[in-house]
Design a protein around this ligand. Structure first.
Ligand code: TYM
Length: 354
């Protein structure tokens, strides 16, 4: 029995401002994973075309996400940071995956239903095929671990389904091409070319909620800016948004059990815990029995302490776009070499004449 070489991959779309949900659900985890893993982090610019085709500021959005990666502590030398369009192999594998994935699978994707809205006929074909490109992003490197927020869970399940169907449908071809390794999936032995990816969703804030409504996800597309803390907000804005965040009138509980049915309290405690690298239990040990009038100022202080250096560094980086571009070019080159190795093998497996 073999095992795939561990590799971390994740992506962030260059659309709109990054917010605390993106930071805690994804980027902060990217940073932590660098220590013991080989990591590839991608600005997924091809995905940005799916909901809106024309972007006036595409280039600056790509640079801004890259700056957020670097300012948060991602090391582009030991790992890889690049933008998706620089590696055409993503789109090539996505086409093959379009032919692997079944329409019935795509029809179940809740994010498509949410993003397409009522008038589904007017949604782009790209929005529909979005998860197939996402599977290609990951599997073109044969990555094994994918840190994401909870909203991406269904897409990663689909990635596993696509990998499994490819492995089973092409099993003999994979063997003949001298590729793949023997793994077990559940109890089933499979000679697999693509790994079954593991989502990394855990942590105290896998789903950061809106500051205005604890039942709604914090999101770039919420019309109210008060619903989210943006990575580039200054200290005063962060303070205003947290002070105005919706809460209930009760004191904080001493145990996490007491957060049930209190979505706003649960959300703020989760945010505090993630920013402090603590568990919710530990936060409640310190703040159980306290009113929000005590907890909120502590949260403001912590959020400003964590986010201010990041936004300051982002501003500095954004002032030198040529430097960011050179990092992306270097990362793109290294990513392309790895992706091409996979595609070369995939072309052999399928039987394309080269
Ligand atoms: P995107 O760009 O919408 O979001 C980037 C990351 O932020 C996480 N996230 C959140 N986490 C917690 N709470 C929230 N409120 C919140 N909002 C966003 C997302 O889960 C994500 O991890 N489809 C992806 C991009 C992508 C990708 C990939 C990710 C394309 N290819 C391959 C992983 C692997 C997306 O739209 O993320």
């Amino acid at each position: 029995m073999g095992e795939f070489k561990p590799l971390v991959f994740s992506g962030v779309q260059p659309t709109g401002n990054l917010h605390l949900g993106n930071y805690l659900g994804a980027i902060r985890k990217f940073v932590a994973l660098q220590e013991n893993n080989d990591c590839i982090y991608c600005v997924v610019d091809l995905h940005a075309l799916t909901a809106q085709l024309v972007h006036e500021d595409m280039a600056s959005q790509i640079r801004s996400i890259t700056a957020a990666f670097l300012a948060s502590g991602i090391d582009p030398k030991s790992h890889i940071v690049f933008n998706q369009s620089a590696v055409p192999q993503h789109a090539e594998l996505a086409w093959i995956f379009n032919c692997v994935a079944r329409i019935g699978w795509m029809n179940r994707m809740t994010q498509f239903k949410d993003k397409a809205g009522k008038d589904r006929e007017q949604a782009s074909l790209g929005l529909y095929a979005y998860p197939s490109l996402m599977a290609a992003d990951i599997l073109v490197y044969r990555a094994t671990h994918v840190p994401v927020g909870e909203d991406q869970k269904q897409h990663l399940e689909l990635t596993r389904d696509i990998a499994m169907k490819f492995n089973l449908d092409f099993m003999e071809h994979i063997r003949r091409a001298g590729q793949g390794i023997d793994i077990t999936v559940g109890d089933e032995p499979v000679h697999a070319y693509f790994p079954m990816v593991e989502p990394l969703i855990d942590g105290p804030a896998p789903r950061v909620m809106s500051l205005k409504d604890g039942t709604k996800k914090m999101s770039k597309s919420d019309p109210s800016d008060l619903s989210r803390v943006n990575l580039m907000d200054d200290a005063e804005t962060i303070s205003k948004k947290i002070r105005k965040a919706k809460t209930d009138p009760d004191a904080l509980p001493s145990e996490t059990e007491g957060l049930k049915g209190r979505p706003e309290a649960d959300n703020l405690v989760g945010i505090f815990a993630a920013l402090a690298d603590k568990s919710k239990e530990d936060v409640l040990k310190d703040f159980g029995g306290q009113q929000f009038s005590v907890f909120k100022p502590a949260l403001v202080e912590l959020a400003v302490e964590v986010l201010s250096p990041i936004s300051a560094e982002m501003r500095k980086l954004m002032a030198d776009p040529a430097h960011i571009d050179s990092i992306l070019r270097d990362g793109g080159e290294r990513a392309r070499a790895r992706a091409e190795k996979t595609m070369n093998e995939v072309r052999d497996i399928i039987g394309f004449v080269k």
